[in-house]
Design a protein around this ligand. Structure first.
Ligand code: X2X
Length: 342
């Protein structure tokens, strides 16, 4: 090769290297692991799937994300998901505030019984200052929070009888998520709460080891809980859990500025789509989901404001106890934001 050719060859190699993603991707993993509790049949699982797909598109394939539903990276133990992100076992997650609140106590805000009355109230939190405050808290705990989605308002179902008052819940075995505030809320209502993962909940319902459970209507419907004997459903809307899109900070640091922006935008888009999907079919003007649940033989009980208040009064001590844990100021801020929606 003469000198000119050698120089031309060197320039070509350099140009190719610069243009190829592999230079930017020097520290990039071949695959990033995304955790969700629910699979892609559910709006939650779909949110994870969509985020991964948008990340791939927006980073021209530099960031390749594989989804692990069923919280399988922590053996299904959903309350260990947040710790696993910090430990580097999970790279990205779309997680519920409930499952992460054992580690991030301020996230219990959303589980305060009857704090958030409706979707508007939830929006006032996740799209307002409270949402930003919680992101700042998460940011200090080893994750980069990017967007809020929604699992949904959690309604109570059981296999025994309609529930219209705390007395109806007395002694009922209710499966709850392994988060301490739920023990307090259901104990205050006179029920007999049992903590277990979502994976264990379904066989427990099927064998009648437990009488009831609480989950959003879309989860109830897609998991076909009516086939597990859950034929009484009470719409009490005592809380709604947001979903939070996060990336592990260790991983975030290794990405280029442009890729971080792409991952953030992908999260915002997937979350916006998820919020729409999570709220479909359950409002008076758009009640297809509710109707399909009824068609499956499930009795739906709607509470009067007085009936709802009886549940609220019974859980007030829990609200007050947990306000001290979450932080009075944050709770006050949330109450003000919600009051301003009225
Ligand atoms: O376990 C549940 O109930 C679920 C699927 O809703 C959560 O992960 C919070």
């Amino acid at each position: 090769m003469n000198k000119l050719c050698t120089a031309a060859f060197a320039i070509t190699v350099a140009a190719t290297t610069l243009a190829s993603p592999s230079l930017y991707a020097a520290d990039y993993k071949a695959e990033y692991r995304l955790s969700t509790v629910l699979g892609t049949a559910f709006t939650w699982g779909k949110a994870g799937e969509r985020w991964a797909e948008l990340i791939k598109q927006k980073t021209d394939g530099r960031i390749n994300v594989k989804q692990y539903p069923g919280t399988s990276l922590v053996g299904g133990d959903q309350t260990r998901e947040f710790s696993a992100i910090r430990q580097g076992v999970i790279d990205l997650a779309v997680g519920s505030s409930i499952n992460w609140s054992p580690q991030v106590k301020q996230l219990n805000l959303f589980s305060l019984p009857f704090l958030v009355p409706d979707a508007k109230g939830l929006d006032a939190l996740i799209k307002g200052e409270v949402g930003k405050d919680l992101f700042a808290i998460l940011d200090k705990q080893g994750v980069v929070p990017l967007a809020y989605g929604e699992n949904g308002f959690r309604e109570i179902s059981n296999s025994k009888q309609p529930i219209t008052s705390p007395a109806d819940l007395k002694g009922m075995k209710i499966r709850i998520v392994g988060s301490p505030i739920f023990i307090d809320s259901f104990t205050a209502l006179g029920a007999n709460p049992t903590q277990m993962s979502w994976a264990d909940a379904q066989p427990a319902l099927a064998t009648k080891a437990v009488d009831g459970q609480e989950n959003p209507l879309s989860v109830f419907s897609i998991a076909k809980l009516h086939t597990l004997g859950q034929n009484h459903l009470t719409l009490w809307g005592y809380m709604a859990d947001p979903l939070i899109f996060v990336v592990s900070k260790q991983v975030w640091k290794t990405w280029s500025e442009a890729d971080r922006k792409a991952v953030r935008e992908a999260a915002e888009q997937a979350a916006a789509e998820n919020l729409v999907a999570a709220r479909k079919g359950i409002t008076p003007g758009d009640d297809d989901l509710l109707k399909s649940i009824e068609k499956n033989g499930v009795t739906i009980t709607r509470l009067t404001p007085e009936q709802r208040k009886a549940f609220q009064d019974a859980t007030r001590p829990v609200f007050d106890k947990w306000t001290a844990t979450i932080g009075k100021e944050l709770v006050k801020k949330a109450e003000t934001a919600i009051a301003n929606t009225k």
